[in-house]
Ligand binder design. Structure first.
Ligand SMILES: [Zn+2]
Length: 136
């Protein structure tokens, strides 16, 4: 690999993620990200509540084996109530899809958000104005 990848997300979806994380705080939120993979760009289009997510204190647990066979799932997002948006060892080991998004307390804006690839390398996040829906 090595080619730089950018992740795009509409403002509206990012706000939904941040709102959800605020609502669950101090518990962790956990959602699946659906979207499209293009050349060098992963576009997040949709959020899916993982039916198997268990919200407990300090860790959103889930089983990758229960992941639906849905190839539009490009990754996951969960919250870090600690405010530290670095991925933990557990996060990287339980990674699903291409990207791992972490939102940290106080969940106020995109500065509280980071996206990583499976190597734990940070990926550029491009927050777009609510673009016209060009789903095919
Ligand atoms: Zn985590």
């Amino acid at each position: 690999m090595g080619a730089a990848v950018t992740v795009t997300i509409p403002t509206e979806l990012l706000e939904t993620i941040l709102e959800g994380a605020k609502r669950l705080y101090p518990r962790e939120s956990f959602l699946l990200l659906r979207g499209k993979k293009g050349k060098g760009v992963i576009s997040i289009r949709d959020l899916v509540v993982a039916p198997f997510a268990v919200h407990g204190n300090g860790f959103a647990s889930y089983s990758p084996h229960m992941l639906p066979m849905d190839f539009s799932v490009v990754g996951t997002v969960h919250s870090h109530p600690s405010g530290n948006i670095r991925p933990s060892y557990v996060d990287l080991n339980h990674m699903m899809g291409r990207i791992l998004m972490i939102v940290g307390y106080p969940f106020s804006n995109e500065n509280c958000v980071a996206v990583y690839d499976s190597n734990g390398e940070k990926i550029a996040l491009n927050v777009t104005d609510n673009e016209k829906d060009d789903e095919r």
